[in-house]
Design a protein. Structure first.
Length: 312
């Protein structure tokens, strides 16, 4: 279902009835290119940044039950098709940004906090384990939802519990031991969106500097990934026992372009927007990579990025 195309970037002057009493910021016909790290995508019918957790819950209680609902954080790991997104897009980054040292070696963080900030917060409290999150470009909620990882570390190695909310605004806490998770996946209950998570970390040894480790990891990332270009991080999951980047490289696809979308010469598992790529260009390039790798190596690549919205 394609959202009605009205004037882009219009402020919501006459808020619909389901927005009454809310304190966050509502925009209608909002270009999603402003909110994705690929810097492309169509228009969201409604786009809301809640003031805080309570405001988000109130929105869910009041939102029409038949209205499509989408959640984003920092817009990495996400491709929004050019036809746009019907219904409500909720942006947690900028709204759900609270964190606290909730107990010794326990760091509780809301879903809208950037992963890089979580890594720095832990280091500041002399806690170790999640330095790798400095290399994850998204929000903490996204990292929890997909068990994001980098530099050999994975988010759910350190999760003690999460707090979720359903479409009706009902919240519940779930302990890590009650969930199944693995490489880039978490079996969350149906109708469950993550509000926050608690990390059980380790006290750093005397003389250890988490900040130094983070600095070293970021230097490594800068040297191996095209972070100066608009991208969404790794496009495909690594197949068991191999690397998606290697398979794409040996298939001869480094530098392959569709419009302004191109497979990075630096890291073949990255697709970069060289300036004016449409979402359709990126999606077509994804299809080319999957087909060519299957033909060349007999391996089916699974997407790591999420694709939402309607084709134009």
């Amino acid at each position: 279902m394609t959202p009605p195309m009205r004037s882009p970037n219009k402020q919501a002057s006459d808020a619909p009835a389901f927005m009454r009493g809310l304190r966050g910021r509502l925009r209608v016909d909002e270009p999603m290119s402003r909110h994705t790290s690929w810097r492309t995508g169509g228009i969201a019918e409604y786009f809301y940044t809640p003031a805080n957790k309570a405001d988000l819950i109130q929105l869910l209680v009041q939102l029409p039950t038949d209205m499509p609902l989408h959640w984003i954080g920092l817009g990495s790991n996400l491709l929004v098709r050019d036809g746009g997104v019907a219904g409500m897009v909720v942006r947690t980054a900028g709204g759900l940004r609270e964190f606290e040292l909730s107990a010794p070696q326990r760091l509780s963080v809301e879903c809208g906090v950037a992963c890089a900030k979580v890594a720095r917060l832990a280091a500041r409290h002399n806690l170790t384990g999640v330095e790798f999150l400095a290399g994850v470009p998204g929000s903490f909620g996204g990292a929890l939802a997909m068990n994001a990882g980098a530099f050999g570390g994975e988010t759910w190695d350190w999760v003690e519990q999460i707090e979720c909310v359903d479409r009706r605004g009902q919240c519940k806490k779930i302990h890590a031991k009650d969930l199944s998770y693995g490489y880039r996946q978490v079996a969350l209950p149906e109708d469950c969106w993550i509000l926050s998570g608690t990390l059980a970390l380790t006290a750093a040894a005397s003389g250890y500097s988490g900040q130094d480790t983070i600095r070293s990891l970021l230097e490594k990332r800068s040297a191996s990934q095209p972070i100066q270009s608009a991208n969404a991080g790794s496009v495909f999951r690594n197949p068991r026992g191999d690397f998606a980047a290697r398979l794409i490289d040996v298939a001869g696809l480094k530098g392959r372009a569709v419009g302004d979308a191109a497979i990075s010469d630096m890291h073949a598992n990255f697709i970069v927007n060289r300036g004016a790529a449409a979402a359709a260009d990126i999606e077509r390039l994804i299809g080319i990579a999957r087909d060519r790798v299957m033909q060349h190596s007999g391996v089916e690549l699974d997407l790591e990025v999420r694709i939402i919205g309607a084709e134009k």
